[in-house]
Design a protein around this ligand. Sequence first.
Ligand SMILES: Nc1ncnc2c1ncn2[C@@H]1O[C@H](COP(=O)(O)OP(=O)(O)O)[C@@H](O)[C@H]1O
Ligand SMILES: [Mg+2]
Length: 253
Amino acid sequence: MTASEGTILQAEDLTKEFKGFFAVDGVNLSIKRGSIHALIGPNGAGKTTCFNLLTKFLPPTRGRITFKGQDITAMSPADIARLGMVRSFQISAVFPHLSAIENVRIALQRQRGDSFDFWRSERVLNEFNSRAAELLADVGLTEFSNVQAVELPYGRKRALEIATTLALDPEMLLLDEPTAGMTPEDVERVAALIKRIGANRTILMVEHNLSVVSTISDTITVLARGKVLAEGNYETVSKDPRVVEAYIGGGHG
Ligand SMILES: Nc1ncnc2c1ncn2[C@@H]1O[C@H](COP(=O)(O)OP(=O)(O)O)[C@@H](O)[C@H]1O
Ligand SMILES: [Mg+2]
């Protein structure tokens, strides 16, 4: 299998064995540049393990991962972040007692990784302030700018985490269950947000909520028992009898 021009992330024969148990078993994945790609499947299918392999939080037992044509199999999460592939909550830099805008500003400052002296330049600080305000607007948090992170409702807190991740300006963003534990209104808002931020970058998300997946994904890969069961758009995979069976037989939820 060779990476086509439109492929940004590719996994070949990705496998993770835990003491004889294959949580991820020979998975081939090809993520198209600019797409929103969802990884779904019943509980225990291997989604989180796969996510951790792709983001280099776990070493694979076997297989190869390439990002923008470069072999990243042996790289660290920090290495791949520098290449432009960032996992949401990787920096998990939400400081509870700082305001939303301060949190985003800190993420921007980190991204620049500059020295202390640098921070004292007013011009630079103003630049960060306006960029932080833009990012907050992007995730719909303008009216919460001066609210302490700890005071934000759950869904808004997740939106703030996404904003701090976007501060790194990743070319590719990986999200693990971005709507988990949210109220239906928050789910809708975050789904719309993912759609919006996906307009000019690639997104791979693990998602349990099928209605979210159905409305925003370009491509869906269904995992079951560590293997790829089906792949395609929502129309196609949702009608696939093996997928229906896996969700019913595998215990969805
Ligand atoms: N560190 C681990 N050690 C042993 N088994 C694990 C470990 N992590 C996950 N598993 C097993 O691998 C399977 C897939 O888990 P996971 O990737 O979390 O699935 P999903 O996210 O789709 O629910 C499960 O049966 C789980 O118990
Ligand atoms: Mg999981």
